[in-house]
Write a protein that binds this ligand. Structure first.
Ligand code: ARG
Length: 270
């Protein structure tokens, strides 16, 4: 199968102030050292790769005291040029929501300041037909309803049950229009049944690949940028005609994130 890449627009945030000073997911351990300089280098490689692939990347200024701001995917959800702001579950990240929303306001987007918790594209993933919406650890059902009302896309709520995969974007990735891959063990039995019904041809990913954040990827429809340790995922993608590109994001892994977490998609109005 021949795959076609579609140029994208992303928002990213340089990890200038990145560190692991608190733990709000099982991957974070403040006792473990983090090399911020190396985090910046690894992030810059990702940033440059997007440009080489023909994508446009905007940057938001990192703010001191917000070490997780590098995980731009959590900052908002943008569909048809309409920006649903994020509202974080944890106090440590609360100030990121307004910071991202302000960037979008300043850049002329239509924005909505959320009432209920939703952690942006960490939990809200757009396919051609639906807005897949994770809940269980961070975003809540009321936040999903708010997303559906503002973005006008049908929401499919999915229950996450494994704390290691606390955001939907650690458990499922959208590869193309209505084509996804996921790790079934991250979902409740009912949500697994929903996923089987909506995506009978989905790539099912093994636990070993999910554990190295092999689902935290950016796909442009052809190129799939993923953590290089996820070799099983890369092989499956190659069989399907995608072009996997492995990256080393070891430092950002220590915060509980990888490629997708660092990448917020800006979907403009058409
Ligand atoms: N330390 C961050 C948190 O726990 C990591 C966020 C990762 N981002 C993502 N899109 N999954 O909130």
């Amino acid at each position: 199968m021949t795959r076609t890449a579609r140029p994208r627009r992303f928002l990213m945030c340089r990890p200038t102030h990145f560190e692991v000073s608190y733990a709000i997911n099982p991957w974070m351990d403040p006792a473990k050292p983090v090399d911020t300089g190396l985090a910046v280098l690894q992030w810059e490689r990702l940033y440059e790769l997007y440009a080489e692939l023909g994508h446009r990347v905007d940057l938001i200024d990192p703010l001191p005291g917000l070490p997780d701001m590098v995980y731009a995917a959590n900052g908002a959800t943008v569909v048809d040029g309409r920006v649903l702001g994020a509202r974080f579950r944890n106090a440590e990240r609360a100030a990121e929501g307004p910071a991202y929303l302000e960037w979008f306001r300043a850049n002329g987007f239509v924005t909505h300041d959320p009432v209920h918790v939703n952690e942006g594209e960490g939990d809200l993933l757009l396919t051609g037909s639906w807005l897949l919406a994770g809940r269980g650890f961070r975003s809540v059902s009321a936040g999903h309803a708010e997303a559906q009302e503002f973005l006008g896309r049908p929401v499919i709520g999915l229950d996450l049950v494994d704390p290691r995969f606390y955001h939907l974007d650690t458990a499922l990735s959208v590869l193309d229009t209505d084509e996804v891959m996921y790790y079934p063990g991250a979902f409740s039995a009912g949500s697994r049944a929903v996923l089987r019904r909506l995506f009978p041809d989905a790539v099912l990913v093994a636990e070993a690949d999910a554990e190295v954040f092999g689902l935290n990827v950016m796909s442009d429809g052809r190129n799939v940028v993923l953590p290089e340790a996820a070799t099983g995922v890369a092989a499956r993608l190659r069989e399907r005609g995608f072009r996997p590109i492995g990256m080393d994001l070891s430092e950002l892994f220590k915060g509980g994130g990888s490629v997708k977490c660092c990448t917020l998609e800006i979907r403009e109005a058409v």
